[in-house]
Ligand binder design. Structure first.
Ligand SMILES: NC(=O)C1=CN([C@@H]2O[C@H](COP(=O)(O)OP(=O)(O)OC[C@H]3O[C@@H](n4cnc5c(N)ncnc54)[C@H](OP(=O)(O)O)[C@@H]3O)[C@@H](O)[C@H]2O)C=CC1
Ligand SMILES: CC(C)(CO)C(=O)C(=O)O
Length: 289
């Protein structure tokens, strides 16, 4: 049994907290005051294609006891304030597995928690937090990718897999994060700018979608990660037409967008001149939100 903390028990964090709790781990969630109270009073309810579970993790607004592994699943826009709930002295040499979209957060986490080991990770899932303590996994897809180039990373892979989650590995941080972004950035930017699911967004502007794919692949190349634009294009073409990105869901709910976390790395890697479509689409989104 591993002591696991989950910072941000929303869509992603709620699914992982529920599944790891059901697998017998000692799970505590670190949440906003209201969510911590809701989970303390009524538990954490997960509805998923394989059924409904109610688990009873310990919920608190900040870490009060050591954990072996800390999952971070807040939005990038909330990361900095959320970290105040986890004192570095208490976290010590724990393993941190962040599931945020984007590229830039591991550096912040390493600076904030110098004794910990940060294991870069990504997740492909469609998960939603309906209200505090009530989350839904919408499809059976729940695919984790972790960097297994450290003993802590290899141990975390084993822990998630033993809880029944699908886990793939990459040997380095850049590959984990850029491969996710190589697919996500075109999907999120195209759908959010169009305010349409991927089917309508790709039909309305196929060349623009292709340009987003090529710019993100070129940006990944600057970090030594080779992404084939044709492969990403075929994955995007195969998505169900009704699929939304989490950025579009955020736009429609009036929540803060992870625009810097998703478009920023592409523009910072290439410069604005070599990422004209990413810049134009991001500016449209900024103007509309
Ligand atoms: N949802 C999805 O399907 C996917 C999401 N991702 C990525 O995963 C990450 C998490 O996204 P997602 O699960 O959708 O986000 P949600 O909004 O569903 O959940 C975020 C959680 O963070 C909590 N939170 C916000 N601010 C703080 C704070 N200051 N202190 C503590 N907790 C806080 C929220 O609390 P409260 O509930 O109290 O508001 C909420 O529980 C993002 O980077 C996203 O891009 C990646 C793949 C798919
Ligand atoms: C790629 C996708 C849709 C699924 O995980 C996602 O990560 C997101 O929308 O944020």
């Amino acid at each position: 049994m591993t002591r696991i903390g989950v910072l941000g028990p929303g869509g992603v964090g709620g699914v992982l907290a529920a599944r790891l709790g059901a697998a017998g781990h000692e799970v505590s969630v670190l949440a906003t005051e209201r969510t911590a109270a809701a989970i303390t009073m009524a538990g954490l309810r997960l509805t998923a294609p394989d059924g409904e579970t109610v688990t009873a993790p310990v919920a608190r607004p900040w870490l009060t006891a050591p954990v072996d592994l800390l999952i971070i699943a807040v939005k990038a826009t909330d990361l900095l304030p959320a970290l105040t709930r986890v004192p570095a002295a208490l976290l010590g040499a724990a393993t941190i597995v962040p599931f945020l979209n984007g590229i830039d957060h591991p550096a912040l986490l390493r600076a904030a928690y110098p004794a910990a080991t940060v294991v870069p990770a990504s997740i492909s899932i469609e998960a939603t937090r309906h209200r505090p303590g009530v989350v839904e996994q919408l499809t059976s897809m729940a695919d984790l990718v972790l960097a297994d180039d450290t003993p802590a990373g290899a141990a975390a892979v084993g822990l998630f897999a033993a809880a029944g989650l699908t886990v793939a590995t990459q040997s380095d941080e850049a590959s984990v994060l850029w491969r996710k972004l190589g697919f996500l950035a075109p999907l999120a930017l195209a759908t959010t700018a169009a305010d349409q699911p991927i089917g309508a967004a790709r039909d309305a502007a196929p060349q623009r979608l292709r340009a987003l794919v090529e710019e993100t692949a070129a940006a990944a190349g600057t970090a030594g990660v080779r992404i084939d634009p044709d492969f990403v294009g075929s994955r995007l073409a195969a998505l169900p037409p009704t699929m939304l990105s989490s950025m579009l869901k955020d736009r429609r709910s009036g929540r803060a967008l992870e625009l810097d976390a998703i478009a920023g790395p592409v523009v910072r890697a290439l410069g604005a001149d070599r990422a004209p479509t990413t810049v134009a689409v991001a500016r449209e989104i900024l103007a509309a939100t």
